[in-house]
Design a protein around this ligand. Structure first.
Ligand SMILES: [Mn+2]
Length: 325
């Protein structure tokens, strides 16, 4: 295990060293793990190799501006590019690389592998977050880390593990965080402010979800949040995905799906969470995927929503039967 890890680090440093231009991308609809890992790795490479041109690309999200700025390079002027893909396993979900020509891919991700295969590929489903992986990489190689980088990595790990609450948290996660805090000496408690401060409207919206979620006799929760509801609460569509983890410890729920309509792309976005059956295989049948117990899907009509709902309900029913045995 140890030597495998050392090999991967050596290969990662080698491929970074070999390229003078590097573009770092991550998934569409980014969360703090995606953006923080991207910005932290960019800044670490810049710090270690000031002569390299390194860009973090993709659409910015106002809410996560505190993590740092993204770049908008002119792709026509770039040559011999190393594309680093973080926190995403499939090409169709990579943000902002449509017109980019690249030579090699370095992939670092904690999702189950899909169609992206890096020239150098570090995929580890046992990691809580991409930020956990980047933290290990920076601490165990010559790549440098400053306070800002350490803060971003801490935020990414805390977010993706939901404060070490989710099943993706491991002994390794705590070891990595211990090493990160010990090395950087960051003052971490104030960082929660950026991550968790929210408006009263968002809290009222959570109450709305609690009051309106429909729960089947198999413990399958369902709510379709209409655009007019979000309007009423003066919230963005992302408010729904922000709330989906908050339903984790409700006894009556085994699995739940939150539906929103993305008018811009004319598609329904579904957030799925489970504390029973594995759901990413089901999600993958509906243009989605993700982690075993935290997945998403994108579907085009009500028929597919109902069919997904039924599949998840059946998975819950089977799960209950299995538990009773
Ligand atoms: Mn992640």
């Amino acid at each position: 295990m140890r030597t495998i890890k050392r090999d991967i680090y050596r290969n990662i440093i080698k491929i970074i060293k070999k390229h003078s231009t590097i573009v770092i991308a991550r998934h569409i609809g980014p969360d703090p793990d995606a953006i923080a890992s991207q910005i932290a790795l960019r800044d670490a490479i810049r710090l270690t190799y000031p002569e390299k041109k390194v860009y973090a690309v993709g659409a910015g999200v106002h809410k996560f501006k505190y993590l740092g700025n993204l770049d908008k390079p002119d792709y026509n002027e770039l040559e011999d590019v190393l594309l680093i893909v973080l926190d995403v396993p499939n090409f169709k979900r990579v943000d902002g690389i449509e017109d980019l020509k690249y030579k090699h891919i370095l992939k670092i991700d904690h999702h189950p592998a899909e169609d992206i295969i890096g020239t150098v590929d570090w995929t580890d489903e046992d990691k809580s977050s991409t930020c956990e992986m980047i933290t290990d990489l920076l601490l165990d190689t010559k790549l440098e880390m400053d306070t800002r980088i350490a803060e971003n990595l801490f935020i990414g790990i805390v977010f993706d593990s939901d404060r070490f609450l989710l099943q993706n948290t491991s002994l390794e996660t705590f070891k990595t965080v211990y090493r990160l805090l010990d090395y950087s000496k960051i003052d971490f408690a104030p960082l929660y402010e950026n991550l968790y401060n929210r408006s009263l409207n968002e809290e009222k919206f959570r109450a709305y979800l609690t009051n309106n979620i429909e729960i089947s006799e198999n413990g399958m929760g369902f709510i379709n949040v209409k655009p007019e509801t979000l309007e009423k609460f003066k919230l963005e569509i992302t408010a729904v995905s922000n709330q989906v983890n908050n339903f984790s410890f409700i006894r009556e729920l085994i699995c739940w799906m939150f539906v929103t309509y993305d008018a811009k792309n004319e598609i329904f976005k579904v957030n799925i969470r489970s504390r029973g059956p594995v759901v990413n295989e089901i999600a993958s049948r509906y243009n989605g995927g993700g982690h075993k117990y935290a997945s998403g899907a994108r579907v085009k009509d009500y028929e597919d929503i109902e069919s997904l709902r039924k599949d998840l309900d059946e998975a819950c029913e089977e799960y209950i039967k299995e538990q009773e045995k």
